[in-house]
Design a protein around this ligand. Structure first.
Ligand code: NIG
Ligand code: FE
Length: 398
């Protein structure tokens, strides 16, 4: 028999019940066949035995919001922001998202793939086994399609599970300055139908200076006809109505939510919309953090994600995001670990992921620490010792 037997697990997070001390996990093929106490565990029976020596094991991280396919370098913009120029001022001057659009349009599909795959390999090395990938730096029919093709290819060629999201309404491109209605129409009439075969979701940046609620609704309505679910960049820089829009269309997720109100939280919870928090963006922009405990207490499915992008959140690892989720948004460690695994999976419609239980895909990580409490506590250290993705050992650190 092939497979693995992970023995001597000091702390097993299954996300289907309380954590188990002195646990064993058996992996056969792509799935977990046993996850429980050592006392009733199977023998090795030909499996490769890995002694975890008291270390913690938990589901692989599910990063439910990334913009990982891009070219160019915005480190100079970061320096300008530190000197006091705001993100919105830089965007209004043609920098920001639009500068990444210029560099990304100039890159070939292979160049974009090479850049993004390096980033995703670093994500895997830090324990991520599932990634949501958005387009949004093409902003014309051909370039958006190129990004989505790269996103799909990443899921096929790298040992991660992916979902892809069309974000053609990320910003109004320079060519459509003063003609925003025409751009929204292009998104609806041309870009969405071309993107649909390569995308699972549609996203819109609902924000002052980007797209308003009515434009968002029109785009999401067209996307729904094509079978795409909705994810909404909502209430990031200002309170713009994205959360209530997400609730009214029963989106899969509302993301960012830094300016969400108690009414927004209740509406999202009632509509079953996941709240995807991206504290790395708030940290980098030195802006308000999302009200994590309020969203959690309202009954939302909360997820934590990197928002990996070159402007607001160039984080590839989930550990610092979990730490920000605890230290800055106020989630408990248990809530943050759940949000970075099971919450992310549920927000992406992956009901079988984010758990370690018999029958589930064997996406899990072995830490070089006795409990997941060490993740937010030591955010500058990669504590991931080994990564399993769909039953394969895909990476061993140290
Ligand atoms: O999630 N808010 C919009 N989009 C990204 C930022 C993109 C960029 O600045 O390049 C975000 O923060
Ligand atoms: Fe984002």
């Amino acid at each position: 028999m092939n497979g693995f037997l992970l023995t001597g697990i000091g702390h097993l997070t299954t996300n289907v019940g309380a954590a188990i001390a002195d646990a064993v996990v058996a992996i056969d093929g792509k799935t977990v066949s046993y996850a429980g106490s050592a006392g009733s565990a199977p023998q090795s029976e030909g499996r490769t035995v890995i002694d975890c020596e008291g270390a913690a094991v938990l589901p692989g991280f599910v990063d439910a919001h990334t913009h990982v396919v891009f070219a160019g370098d915005r480190s100079a913009e970061f320096a300008r922001r530190l000197a006091g120029v705001s993100y919105s001022e830089i965007a209004a001057g043609g920098g920001g998202i639009l500068s990444t659009v210029t560099a990304t349009r100039d890159a070939t599909e292979d160049e974009l793939f090479a850049l993004a795959s390096k980033r995703i390999w670093r994500m895997i090395a830090a324990g991520t086994t599932t990634v949501e990938i958005k387009s949004g730096y093409g902003l014309d029919p051909e370039a958006e399609l190129r990004l989505l093709k790269v996103a799909r290819r990443l899921g096929q060629e790298l040992p991660v599970t992916t979902k892809t999201t069309f974000l053609g309404a990320h910003s109004v491109p320079a060519q459509f300055k003063g003609k925003r209605d025409d751009y929204v129409q292009l998104v609806i009439d041309e870009m969405l139908p071309a993107a649909a075969p390569f995308a699972d979701y549609c996203d819109v940046f609902v924000e002052e200076g980007a797209f308003d609620v009515d434009e968002g609704r029109a785009i999401f309505d067209a996307a729904a006809v094509l079978g795409l679910g909705a994810r909404v960049h909502a209430e990031q820089l200002t309170h713009s109505g994205g959360a209530i829009l997400a609730a009214s269309i029963r989106a899969a997720s509302a993301d960012h939510l830094d300016h969400a109100t108690p009414e927004d939280a209740q509406a999202l919870a009632n509509a079953g919309v996941a709240a995807v928090l991206v504290p790395g963006a708030s940290y980098t922009l030195r802006s308000d953090q999302a009200p994590g405990p309020m969203l959690w207490d309202a009954g939302c499915t909360v997820a934590l994600a990197t928002d990996c992008n070159p402007g607001t959140s160039y984080f590839e690892s989930m550990a610092p995001i979990i730490s920000l989720g605890v230290v800055q948004t106020g989630l408990t460690t248990d809530q943050a670990i759940w949000s970075a695994t099971r919450g992310g999976a549920l927000s992406l419609g992956f009901d079988e992921l984010g758990v370690v239980t018999p029958g589930a895909p064997a996406d899990l990580i072995v830490l070089d620490a006795p409990s997941p409490d060490h993740i937010p506590y030591r955010p500058g250290t990669n504590l991931v010792r080994q990564v399993f993705s769909s039953g394969r050992s895909v990476l061993t650190n140290g």
